[in-house]
Each structure stands twice: as C-alpha cells, then as structure tokens.
Design a protein around this ligand. Structure first.
Ligand code: FAD
Length: 264
C-alpha cells in the first residue's frame, strides 16, 4: 500500500471540501472494496476521506410508502431492520445474502452502488424497485445510475447521501451465488410496482440491466410460468472462469422464475 493522508470528516460539507482540497481523494465507507484495491496497488489515492463519523449518513426511515436508507448504512443493518423486513422483505433478504458476516457488517449501500461491481446485489434491487439515489448535488433515478462496468453517473467528488425505495406491491430476489465470494453469478430482482412490473438482472452483464420482455409478460400474468419460456441472448453477457455467457443467459430465466415465486 502506498502512503496516503487519512481524514475523518464530521459532515457532508467537510467531506466534500476535504475531497476537493486533495490532489486525488477518495471517500472511505467500510473499506471492503477500497482497502483491498489499495493493498493490491490498483488504486493509490493521495487522501482518504472517512465518512464513518457523519451521523446523518446512517439509518433507515419508512414514510409515505418510501423506504429511505442512508449511504453509510451497512448490509447487516438493512438485513435485520424490522422496518425493511416489513415494507420490502425482498430488499432485507437481498442485503442478508451479500458476502459473509464481516462484509455485511462493514460494507455499506453507498459504497456498494458507488463501486458498481457487475456482480453486486444492490444494483438489481435499486433497478428492480425503481429507486432514487440522492447525492450532495441531485437525485438520480436508478435507471440512469449504473452506466457500465464499475461506472456510474456520479461526477468526480459527488457524494451519495441516501437511497429511496418506493414500497412495491410485492417483490422477490433470487441469486445464484459464486460459491467462494458469494457475489452474484446471476441475480434477478422482480417487483410489481404502482408503475408496472420491473425485472432487473445483476451478475450477467457489464452492469445491472432490465428485461422488458419479462416485464411485459409478468404484467399480464404474474407467475413463474410467464417467464419460463423467455430466453435472454447470451451475446453481450459476461463469460469467465466461473460461467460462460450461455450459462449466465440460462440462469437469468431460472432466477427470474424463482424471484417471481418468491414474490408470491
Ligand atoms: C469477500 C467479499 C465478498 C463480497 N461479496 C459480495 C456479494 O456477495 N454481493 C455484493 O453485492 N457485494 C459483495 N461484496 C462487496 C461489499 O458488499 C461492499 O459493499 C463493497 O465492497 C463496498 O464496500 P464499502 O461499502 O466498504 O465501500 P468502500 O470499499 O469504502 O468504497 C467503495 C467505493 O465507493 C466509494 N464510496 C463509498 N461511499 C461512497 C459514498 N457515500 N458516495 C460516493 N462514493 C462512495 C469509495 O470512494 C470507493 O471508490 C463483497 C466484498 C468482499 C470483500
């Protein structure tokens, strides 16, 4: 690991001004991705701006049919929240299936979506539920947030403050985990929302994406049978030592059926 300056921010304003004053700053959430990346010398920020002590970035509220989760809220806190379990049980379930206990107790929703790993679970939840990402500057619809492999719509230095999820009529998440890391080989989140059915896939492509053909089919008949015959093309999907593109394409249909069944 290279040398760097460590700063503990006490407010969003302080974090942003410290980042702005650094030659190559990085926000630090739980460090679950950033620190290993620095140890491997794949990243060498000049300054780390720790967000852990900014009280306003942590916590969960449910109000007016919306669940709002602060950026520094850990996966374990989302998983065990009675409010999330009641309002959007599929989201609590998703958080509980991320990685292992250490990752769930350190990793945060803000760090996860800022990182935009192609196999991360939250991107499917955000897209599937039609969530909104709030930053220090603006609100970004989940449909516009994940722009590519480890790429998001965030501008340099833009800080995620919270994510808002509209409570759906019903929702389900199904994931086929990579056995060692627990990241999604393929994960599918399905939700029946006031604006229609949404189907979002993670793990299969360079970033999370929706499947309009499945959404239309489920709009007419919300049952696993409605998606059983829908095959997604393997052409653009990821292929690696864990699974071929064809296998991932097959898993999308299987996980979609299971997610619909889980949604009831
Ligand atoms: C062994 C292991 C297994 C894992 N398994 C899974 C899995 O099964 N599913 C899954 O989804 N994930 C998995 N993860 C990832 C994990 O869920 C973390 O959420 C993810 O690594 C981000 O970690 P973090 O929140 O600590 O962010 P950090 O590592 O601290 O930061 C990650 C990136 O986000 C930026 N950032 C952090 N917070 C903000 C913010 N508020 N605004 C803007 N930018 C910000 C940082 O600058 C950095 O670039 C795994 C990780 C490990 C190490």
């Amino acid at each position: 690991m290279y040398e760097f300056e460590y700063h503990r921010a006490d407010s969003v304003k302080d974090a942003i001004s410290t980042w702005t004053g650094a030659s190559d700053g990085a926000y630090l959430a739980g460090g679950m991705t950033l620190l290993p990346t620095m140890k491997q010398r794949l990243a060498s920020p000049s300054d780390l701006v720790d967000l852990a002590k900014i009280g306003g970035l942590k916590g969960i509220t449910v109000s007016g049919g919306t669940v709002t989760i602060g950026a520094m809220t850990t996966h374990a806190e989302v998983n065990t929240s009675a409010d999330v379990q009641k309002a959007i049980p599929a989201l609590a379930e998703l958080a509980g299936r991320i990685g292992d206990p250490m990752v769930r107790h350190r990793g945060t929703i803000g760090g996860s979506i800022a990182n935009s790993d192609p196999a991360a679970d939250y991107p499917a939840g955000l897209l599937g539920l039609g969530a909104t990402v709030k930053t220090n500057k603006r609100s970004i619809a989940a449909d516009d947030f994940f722009t590519g492999l480890f790429e998001t719509a965030l501008e340099d230095g833009e800080l995620i403050t919270e994510v808002s999820f509209p409570v759906p009529k019903r929702a389900g998440y199904s994931k086929f985990p990579q056995p060692a890391s627990r990241f999604a080989m393929v994960g599918v989140f399905v939700a029946e929302t006031s604006g229609g059915v949404r189907v979002a896939v993670t793990g299969a492509g360079p970033n999370a994406y929706r499947v309009p053909e499945m959404e239309s089919a489920l709009g007419g008949n919300f049952s696993p049978d409605a998606v059983a015959g829908i095959k997604v093309p393997a052409g653009d999907l990821n292929s690696d030592i864990h699974a071929s593109a064809e296998y991932r394409a097959h898993l999308v249909t299987v996980m979609a059926k299971r997610a619909v069944a889980a949604a009831g």
